[in-house]
Design a protein around this ligand. Structure first.
Ligand code: ADP
Ligand code: MG
Ligand code: MG
Length: 211
């Protein structure tokens, strides 16, 4: 049974890989507006490496699988978002540890750990125009639904919708953190690439989780 949750984690990473591949070019173009244009390729490299590392670790605990995946993501992606995604996946894995299945509480702990890893490492504030502007609404919506008694799939669907709309709303912000800052004016009217990719990824995951 220990392999069950690990296998589910690998299946989720396969979904993340697919959605990143589908949007790789679009994410690169978005990052090229005010950044260096590598968000699509960086996410692609990171998630490919993470998926391969996770698959190789099948049979280990979910914590070990996600730690291997996060380390591979950070190493291979390069860039700011790669370091942030890698540490977030490792933190979510540590929250799940060697659990063999997850309760709503476990999912809430994993979501909280994922988001805290990114805010602690990146130190972006709300409104800085980073992925944090999608992460915080995601976490808050998830926890609100969970506290109201919603099952994980429902909480995730509501949270993913919150992340996608928050990502779209970053278009009105000027970037205050990250590489896009020097070209802040160019970024106005366009959403933050890292927020957009997070919204796309969570929406895809929520379509594939049904408990
Ligand atoms: P790089 O900026 O190193 O080229 P990417 O293009 O892959 O890396 O990722 C850019 C994204 O990283 C931004 O759109 C933003 O969402 C996110 N980002 C940048 N700096 C931070 C930070 N300090 N905290 C959170 N997210 C950040
Ligand atoms: Mg970039
Ligand atoms: Mg870069």
């Amino acid at each position: 049974a220990a392999a069950g949750l690990g296998r589910q984690a690998v299946a989720v990473l396969a979904q993340v890989r697919d959605v990143v591949v589908e949007h790789e070019e679009e994410l690169g173009k978005l990052d090229a507006i005010a950044g260096d244009g590598d968000h699509g390729i960086g996410m692609r490299r990171g998630v490919d490496a993470a998926f391969t590392a996770a698959e190789t670790a099948i049979g280990a605990s979910v914590g070990r699988i996600l730690t291997a995946a996060g380390e591979a993501w950070s190493e291979r992606a390069g860039g700011t978002s790669g370091a942030l995604w890698g540490s977030a996946i490792i933190a979510a894995g540590q929250a799940l540890g060697n659990k063999t299945g997850y309760s709503g509480e476990d999912a809430a702990a994993a979501v909280t750990a994922f988001v805290s890893a990114i805010t602690e490492l990146g130190k972006a504030e709300p409104g800085d125009k980073t992925m944090v502007d999608a992460l915080l609404p995601f976490r808050d919506a998830f926890l609100t639904e969970f506290d109201a008694g919603a099952p994980v799939d429902r909480a995730l669907a509501v949270a993913a919708a919150a992340a996608e709309s928050a990502a779209a709303e970053t278009a009105r912000l000027r970037p205050l953190k990250g590489r896009a800052r020097p070209l802040a004016e160019k970024s106005l009217g366009h959403p933050d690439p890292g927020a957009v990719s997070f919204g796309l990824i969570t929406a895809r995951i929520s379509q594939h989780i049904d408990s």
